[in-house]
Design a protein around this ligand. Structure first.
Ligand code: NAP
Ligand code: ZN
Length: 351
């Protein structure tokens, strides 16, 4: 298969810093779109996978699944995009297309083999996939999103993962006017979740370990901000929430949050602490509560989310960085020291 060499950033080992690499992208096949990447968000999942937190990372790894850019070429049979269009690529770049979940537009649950933007076996090109910390990406048009023209592009990049990861469970658990929602963790996912839950009409309480983020929560749109390290502040909200969206990236006490749910309430994990969480039986038995999880969202719902965010003018609060500053950004992300999403200005890769 004909390929082109491009510049990217990645690493060969969990403990080695990211640095510039040369990778190959395939020439577009009939249904492929070639996208020059303008911006790529930095998700905590990038960091987890670089560090091999979940096991199974294939090196060299080139992370990045919050990709926005402009179409520079299209395959002969592409109908949904033309050269010059804005385009986005999120976490999913391929799936079987015919199982019950793909048919329902829930490719994230593909029963055969979903291909993620990076660190997945690449069914088309061989080897494994490389993500958005790179000059360009080549993706089947069925997995490419239309970016709304009205949104700031750099601020919209994080919607491709953070946005859909919080929008999908809010829709599934029917968050809307009259719902009281708790959001745990004000990071990349959490701050976008505040904005989306408010736009859906919910009452939003946020739980953070950081007093400075609690002070900022009202500006982000939250109705209430609770410093979660203070047991008295947590206890004041016992039994008050219909749904909790837990975005925390590290081990924490989920029982403390289950106690805040109303009878029949649901706590939904989207954060991926590498270590197992401990759940006390009484935390769910008393009050018929549910503890569940949610994984990104399908392509159709991702487009719906982008259009919803355009309608409500929702983007992420970002710190725009140069590609060369990635290792410092990872150190700060590890400490929760970002307000609230790093986004890479991919023009810097050419410097
Ligand atoms: P992030 O920006 O680092 O935010 C995570 C937040 O969790 C931090 O800002 C912090 O919030 C809180 N936190 C971190 N360590 C903590 C600890 N030890 N105890 C309590 N709170 C802690 O990360 P993100 O990009 O939003 O991603 C969050 C998690 O979701 C990651 O695990 C990521 O891999 C996962 N994720 C899952 C999906 C999915 O489909 N399920 C998709 C994307 C990401 P405060 O400072 O406010 O306390
Ligand atoms: Zn992500």
């Amino acid at each position: 298969m004909a390929t082109t060499h491009i510049h990217a950033y990645g690493t060969e080992a969990a403990t080695a810093p990211l640095h510039q690499l040369s990778i190959e992208r395939r020439e577009p096949t009939a249904h492929d779109v070639v996208i020059e990447i303008l911006y790529c968000g930095i998700c905590h999942s990038d960091l987890h996978q670089v560090k091999n937190d979940f096991g199974g990372t294939m090196y060299p790894i080139v992370p990045g699944h919050e990709i926005v850019g402009r179409v520079t070429a299209v395959g002969d049979h592409v109908t949904k995009f033309k050269v010059g269009d804005l385009a986005g690529v999120g976490c999913i770049v391929d799936s079987c297309g015919h199982c019950a979940y793909c048919q329902e537009g829930e490719e994230q649950f593909c029963q055969n083999d979903v291909t993620f933007s990076f660190n997945s076996p690449d069914k088309v090109s061989g080897g494994h996939t490389f993500g958005g910390y790179s000059e360009s990406i080549v993706t089947n048009e069925e997995y490419v999103l239309h970016m709304p023209e009205s949104l700031d592009l750099a601020g919209a990049a994080p919607l491709l993962c953070a946005g859909i990861t919080v929008y999908s469970p809010f829709k599934h658990w029917k968050v809307g006017p009259g719902s009281k929602v708790g959001i745990v963790g004000i990071g990349g996912l959490g701050h976008v979740a505040i904005r989306i839950a408010k736009a859906l009409g919910a009452h939003v309480a946020v739980f953070t370990t950081s007093a400075s983020k609690a002070d900022d929560a009202q500006r982000l749109g939250a109705d209430e901000a609770i410093v979660s390290t203070d047991p008295a502040q947590l206890a004041a909200h016992a039994g008050s929430l219909n749904m909790i969206l837990d975005t925390v990236s590290a081990k924490h006490d989920i029982n403390a949050y289950l106690s805040l749910l109303k009878v029949d309430g649901s706590a939904v994990l989207v954060g991926l602490p590498p270590e197992p969480l401990t759940v006390g039986a009484f935390s769910v038995v008393m009050g018929r509560k549910s503890l569940s999880g949610s994984n990104i969202g399908g392509i159709r719902e991702t487009q719906e989310m982008l259009d919803f965010c355009a309608e409500h003018n929702i983007t992420a609060d970002i710190e725009l960085i140069n590609m060369q500053d990635i290792n410092e950004a990872y150190e700060r992300l590890e400490k929760g020291d970002v307000k609230y999403r790093f986004v890479i200005d991919m023009a810097s890769l050419k410097n």
